[in-house]
Ligand binder design. Structure first.
Ligand SMILES: [Zn+2]
Length: 197
């Protein structure tokens, strides 16, 4: 395999990058000064080495505990549960939310062999049993798997007295991705969240 083919193959593995785009990026990168490739490669390797999961919420961070969990101005009594760390950025952009987060690390998907133990659901239950949590907002994606995951987590939390479990409303298109949803839509979905029963 030629190095050009190899680079194209690797780029095509990235989400949202098809074969054609991968080819275009490859030719673009090859035309740039060697120094730029080195910077890109270094940034990639450094980020991969330094970034880890927050001990509390499983957000991506370079520290033991992420900056959101450490922020004393945030409301520690509300936890917004999301599938991926990248969803946090989308909710933060809405500017409507001042609580904490919990990253599940995906959604339940029996067909792919992903069960509750593959997600950080037990860790979420643990957080709820530890702290003074008044509300859990389930902000998993409005896909079939996201809904099933929200329902599962809700059942797990159902017996906890004093904890309100809500689900974000469907301002977000079904089958859509939270990460790519604009701030206004997310703000509406958050404010129209409903009780789960
Ligand atoms: Zn955190």
């Amino acid at each position: 395999v030629s190095s050009i083919e190899e680079l194209t193959t690797e780029l095509a593995r990235l989400p949202g990058i098809g074969k054609k785009t991968a080819q275009r990026l490859t030719y673009y990168l090859i035309r740039q000064p060697a120094e730029q490739s080195r910077r890109l490669a270094n940034a990639l390797v450094t980020a991969r080495e330094r970034v880890r999961r927050c001990n509390n919420c499983y957000n991506l961070t370079e520290d033991e505990v992420c900056s959101i969990c450490r922020d004393p101005r945030r409301d520690g009594s509300i936890i917004c549960v999301v599938e991926e760390a990248s969803d946090i950025g989308a909710i933060e952009r809405s500017g409507e939310y001042r609580g904490l987060f919990h990253v599940l690390g995906g959604h339940l998907s029996p067909l792919d062999g992903i069960g509750p133990d593959d997600l950080t659901i037990a860790q979420l239950i643990h957080r709820v049993s530890q702290g003074e949590i008044s509300e859990i907002i389930l902000a998993t994606n409005p896909s079939m798997e996201g809904e099933a995951t929200a329902l599962y987590v809700q059942r797990q939390l159902a017996e906890r007295a004093g904890v309100r479990v809500t689900r974000i409303a469907r301002g977000i298109p079904v089958g859509g991705d939270l990460e790519y949803t604009d701030g206004v839509t997310i703000a509406q979905a958050l404010s129209a969240r409903r009780e789960m029963r």
